[in-house]
Design a protein around this ligand. Structure first.
Ligand code: FEO
Length: 170
């Protein structure tokens, strides 16, 4: 039987993933209105992936015989000054999410909940990719300081991103 402390921690993480989706939607809306449709597309797809992350946790709690806890989803920041600022905040946010995931892994170890530990390892690995991707994008955006035209190339590149279900086949 899954412990209450684990149900609470996983439910909080599902909420944090849905908040991530909200935050990335707000960023997507900013990029869209600023004329960067490709970057808006990239962020919109990122938001969809975050919803998939949250829903996968929700499904895991149910699969373990418990009921997920529901709570308000925080209202995200909606005002940004530049695309660079957006991706600085994406990177900071993903670092924060990594710290949340690490806490769940530690709790699962302490509670000797091997199923949750095994489950949360997918997220541990995903966070390596999330931070690396955000860092790479930020590095490219920093290049646009000296070559502003590069931002339009980046926008075109990001416009090609399509949504892949990270849990297809599960
Ligand atoms: Fe669900 Fe961007 O981590």
């Amino acid at each position: 039987m899954i412990k209450e402390s684990i149900v609470k921690a996983l439910s909080d993480q599902a909420n944090a993933e849905y908040y991530s989706a909200y935050l990335y939607l707000a960023m997507s809306a900013y990029a869209d209105r600023a004329g960067y449709k490709g970057i808006a597309n990239w962020l919109f797809i990122q938001a969809k992936e975050e919803i998939a992350h949250g829903s996968h946790i929700y499904g895991h709690i149910l699969e373990r015989g418990a009921v997920p806890l529901f709570a308000d989803i925080k209202v995200p920041e909606t005002s940004f000054n530049s695309i660079k600022e957006v991706f600085e905040k994406v990177l900071n946010h993903e670092r924060h999410v990594t710290s949340l995931i690490d806490k769940i892994a530690t709790l699962a170890e302490e509670e000797k909940d091997h199923a949750t530990y095994n489950f949360i390892m997918w997220y541990v690995n995903e966070q390596i990719e999330e931070e690396a991707t955000a860092g790479d994008i930020l590095a490219k955006i920093n290049l646009t300081n000296s070559h502003p035209g590069l931002l339009f190339s980046l926008d075109a590149e990001f416009g090609t991103r399509v949504c892949n279900d990270p849990f297809a086949g599960d």
